[in-house]
Design a binder for this molecule. Structure first.
Ligand SMILES: NC(=O)CCC(=O)C(=O)O
Length: 260
């Protein structure tokens, strides 16, 4: 996971080139993950319009090439997407090792309540999973981490590794670690939660990207600054955990609401 520093002292163009080179350095990895809105910064609301790009825009092109050059699956984090026929979206892109766009996920839960992303961007409507050779990824973005029903939907669709690019603020770092572990334990899945470092629009970022296993153990956690967090895990542990402790099979679906 590449925990990118999103300070304002760097242009979007320079950051794209720098991040592409970091991706290339990961040749030999199976999967590389980037954070949410790392081009503009997740809280740089004024930059969303100017920084927005179509799905086949410059970030797509640079990241497709980086994935191909490195020969890795690449979750390229998210971009502010300009849909020619609609609003902006906070959209994640996943590339195969041959550089093909394998999946697109538009963030479903927008952050900001009555301001920021919540009013500037449209809400995605579709759950997205991606088949990799050894696991199925389930895609979510940042604030989505607070909504367990989204993750249950991904698990029902076969997800075993839940990938959460984020731009999580330092102020709520305790929630970040707790929620990443909760989503892993309740879904008996790996959680790869990749945040940003630095500060933008006056919002210090939490960093502390985290990898949690299906038993809720933290396999690796980054510090506060820019960092490449490398972790080795066996995706087969999901099936073993679900088999030995089959709590997911005890779900009681369709419970009736209380009578009064
Ligand atoms: N970019 C985001 O979705 C921020 C989410 C956040 O700050 C929170 O859930 O807390």
């Amino acid at each position: 996971m590449l925990q990118i520093d999103v300070n304002e002292g760097e242009t979007v163009e320079a950051r794209r080139v720098r991040v592409a080179s970091l991706v290339r350095e990961q040749a030999g990895a199976d999967l590389v993950v980037l954070p949410e809105l790392w081009t503009t910064g997740a809280f740089a609301y004024e930059e969303f319009g100017g920084g927005a790009e179509p799905l086949d825009g410059p970030t797509h092109d640079v990241m497709a090439k980086a994935a191909r050059d490195a020969g890795v699956w690449l979750h390229a984090g998210s971009i502010p997407e300009r849909d020619p026929d609609g609003p902006l979206y906070n959209t994640s892109l996943v590339f195969s090792p041959s550089g093909d766009l394998a999946a697109v996920y538009r963030k479903i839960h927008r952050f900001g309540f009555d301001r920021g992303e919540a009013v500037l961007m449209g809400a995605g409507e579709d759950l997205v999973t991606v088949r990799l050779p050894d696991t199925r990824l389930g895609l979510a973005t940042c604030y989505d981490l607070r909504f367990p029903e989204l993750f249950r939907g991904l698990v029902d669709a076969g997800a075993e590794t839940l990938v959460v690019p984020a731009g999580w603020p330092e102020r709520r770092r305790a929630h970040w670690t707790l929620l990443a572990q909760a989503r892993a334990v309740e879904n008996q899945a790996f959680v790869l939660a990749c945040g940003t470092a630095g500060s933008h629009a006056g919002v210090p970022q939490a960093g502390h990207s985290i990898v949690v296993d299906p038993w809720g153990e933290v396999l690796a956690q980054a510090g506060p600054g820019e960092e490449v967090l490398t972790v080795d895990f066996d995706p087969g542990r999901v099936a073993v955990t679900r088999d030995r402790f089959p709590a997911l099979k005890d779900r009681m679906l369709g419970l009736a609401p209380p009578r009064r």
